[in-house]
Design a protein around this ligand. Structure first.
Ligand code: 4AD
Ligand code: MG
Length: 461
């Protein structure tokens, strides 16, 4: 079709001024007055709408078909300057209806709660909130790639179907071609598995890390960026069953090295969003979080705090706060604790380092104290953990010991263990949850609203 992007007219209007153009889009609002009619048209190329102005005296034809929220149309007309300086609109000459939209269209001009919008995922993308969110998500993702490409990382694609459980939390979605009948007729688990596609237990990956380590042990610096899955049955605003993770893995890097990379990356991608998503951030500032832009600017311009886990526990103990989960050394910090540390105490991103080994994963490097591992979580105000990070245990015997303590099946990790047998090197990596950082930069406070389709327990639209 010969339509041009609405964004082009809004941003480069001077170029089109006085010219006839065709645009296409969906009507967001329609306003009728005695002599004039106005349609706000959006085609998704910008957060802003293009105002179509119809002078009824000169317009030939019936207008009523177009004066409805949600209809799609083609409009031809002349680009002119709008009342507001620097803005442009279209003086309509002709309209062509592409698709009608009956009066039961749910997105009428009134306030819609986020909960309501979740019930219409196929239409909520047509709201300003989701338009802005998807736009920021796209820029953020691209900035992540830019950062790692610029720093010489190789982008690898780790498998989605795996036979391991990286986080050891048993939150795997099973992948099987077996049927209900197989489950009933197999005489035991061994026979059940023998009938299955892979002849062994398989699942959707919870993290690309283990395979990322394989790639890093040959390519040096790699990152993977893709969907990960967790059957986490917790109904919180921060947990999704399907979410995207960015996972760099770096050979010849220890914990302080990977922390520096993580901080540099966060600052880089937030700067990119500040630069490239001004309109979207202004929208989120108005609708979701006052002070959003200042907050993000401060993140870019200040040093992140690095705090020992043991110190964090002391701070929490001396806080005088009544936490739901009592605080003692060994505690796996809950959202309430993370938020106290990052919001009330430091009011900026905080790397908590050296966690008790009992509450962390098997692959983390054991510190000399015998009690802690060289791991860190990056906590941010409003969201809590956005990055999980560690130096990896590079010593074969120590790794085996940690896996045995967790009663893991070593056979499932043969290849992973081989990395420690053949030319093992110190190495580190992290996982950044894309939806978590998206919540942080937009101020949207529920993970269900930073995905095109939300994926949580009991919810598959
Ligand atoms: O802390 P996690 O579990 O760490 C890992 O998976 C490591 N293997 C990563 C690595 O070192 N390569 O998860 C990493 C991040 C979390 O900090 C969080 O941002 C996000 O992934 N995340 C989730 N996001 C949404 N919903 C969930 N259920 C999430 N679980 C983790
Ligand atoms: Mg974690």
């Amino acid at each position: 079709m010969n339509n041009i992007d609405i964004n082009k007219i809004l941003c480069e209007g001077e170029k089109y001024l006085g010219k006839d153009v065709t645009v296409a889009g969906w009507v967001r609002t329609a306003r009728d007055s005695k002599n004039m009619a106005f349609l706000a048209l959006n085609d998704g190329t910008s957060l802003k709408h293009l105002q179509l102005v119809i002078d009824k005296a000169n317009y030939v034809g019936e207008l009523s078909a177009f004066m409805k929220n949600g209809v799609s149309l083609l409009a031809n007309g002349r680009v002119v300057t709008a009342m507001k300086e620097g803005e442009f609109e279209l003086n309509v000459k002709s309209l062509e209806l592409l698709g009608d939209c009956p009066a039961d269209y749910p997105l009428q001009k009134k306030y819609h709660s986020m909960e309501f919008l979740r019930t219409i995922p196929e239409l909520r993308v047509r709201t300003n909130t989701f338009n802005a969110m998807l736009r920021v998500r796209s820029k953020l993702s691209f900035a992540i790639h830019r950062f790692f490409q610029q720093e010489g990382f190789i982008y690898v694609h780790t498998p989605i179907i795996t036979g391991s459980d990286c986080e050891g939390a048993g939150e795997i979605f099973r992948v099987t071609t077996n049927t209900y009948a197989d489950a009933k007729t197999a005489k035991d688990e061994a026979e059940y598995l023998a009938r299955d596609f892979f002849r062994r237990k398989a699942g959707l990956t919870v993290s690309g890390q283990l395979e990322g380590e394989v790639a890093a042990m040959a390519m040096g610096k790699i990152y993977t960026f893709g969907p990960t899955f967790r059957a986490e049955n917790s109904n919180t605003p921060r947990h999704a069953a399907e979410f995207w993770q960015v996972e760099p893995e770096v050979a010849f890097a220890k914990l302080p090295d990977i922390i520096k990379i993580a901080e540099r990356m966060i600052k880089f991608v937030i700067s990119a969003v500040l630069e490239e998503c001004k309109e979207e951030l202004a929208f989120f500032e108005r609708t979701f979080e006052e002070g959003l832009v200042k907050k993000l600017e401060a993140v870019v311009n200040s040093d992140f705090k690095v705090l020992e886990y043991s110190e964090a526990i002391e701070i929490l103990k001396n806080s005088g706060q009544q936490f739901q989960y009592p605080v003692e050394w060994g505690l796996d910090m809950q959202s309430e604790h993370e938020r106290y540390i990052t919001e009330k105490v430091f009011n900026k991103p905080v790397f908590v380092i050296n966690y008790p080994k009992k509450i962390k994963s098997f692959y983390m490097k054991q510190n000399d104290d015998g009690l802690t591992v060289a791991a860190t979580d990056l906590l941010v105000p409003g969201v809590g953990e956005i990055i999980g990070c560690s130096e990896r245990e590079a010593d074969y015997d120590k790794l085996i010991q940690a896996m045995n303590e967790r009663h893991m099946n070593l056979d499932d990790y043969k290849g992973y263990l081989n990395l420690r047998k053949y030319g093992s090197v110190p190495h580190s990596g992290f996982g950044l949850g894309l939806e978590r950082i998206l919540m942080y930069v937009t101020g949207i406070n529920n993970i269900r609203d930073v995905q095109l389709y939300s994926r949580t327990a009991g919810d598959l639209m």
